[in-house]
Ligand binder design. Sequence first.
Ligand SMILES: CC(C)(COP(=O)(O)OP(=O)(O)OC[C@H]1O[C@@H](n2cnc3c(N)ncnc32)[C@H](O)[C@@H]1OP(=O)(O)O)[C@@H](O)C(=O)NCCC(=O)NCCS
Length: 150
Amino acid sequence: MNELLSKLQIQTAHLFDLSPLRRLEKICFPLDAWPLMDMIGALSFPNIVRYKALWEGEMIAFIAGEIRYPSRTGWIATVCVHPDHRRKGIARTLISMTEEEMGQPRVRLTVRATNYAAINLYRADGYVEIDRWVKYYKGEEDAIVMEKIR
Ligand SMILES: CC(C)(COP(=O)(O)OP(=O)(O)OC[C@H]1O[C@@H](n2cnc3c(N)ncnc32)[C@H](O)[C@@H]1OP(=O)(O)O)[C@@H](O)C(=O)NCCC(=O)NCCS
């Protein structure tokens, strides 16, 4: 834990983080890496909460959450942690910070039905499955929609 605290920094992400974010997304999402325009949007739109985690100065994790004010819902749009830094509680920390910053009573997200690591993470964090979107992802895999009421 001490090593974690001394080497890890969590900061708001900005447009100048685009290049490291593209590298990280390719590593974390071989099937679902975002198109460039979506990444630019995630790093610049005003209704998006975005954090990066740095390990010795290198971006090793990222999260973006979209605030949808009319429905008072926050959507976790993406969360990813570099494979070398998983199971250190980094995703859990980023999700908690993003939920807090979005400040909405309900948070939702979608996840590939076979992404058991992520589904475990969300369940452990209080999310429950509320819907299934058939063939939502590339490769025709279903999406599980999960929700947490805060
Ligand atoms: C899913 C992901 C974000 C988890 O990041 P992480 O920083 O390793 O997660 P954490 O260390 O915060 O894990 C918190 C809890 O989630 C669960 N969890 C996380 N990874 C898990 C795994 N591989 N298997 C089982 N449970 C897992 C555990 O309950 C864990 O708590 P524990 O370590 O005390 O047992 C990471 O594996 C990742 O980036 N995957 C690729 C991208 C992705 O799938 N993103 C989600 C898209 S919806």
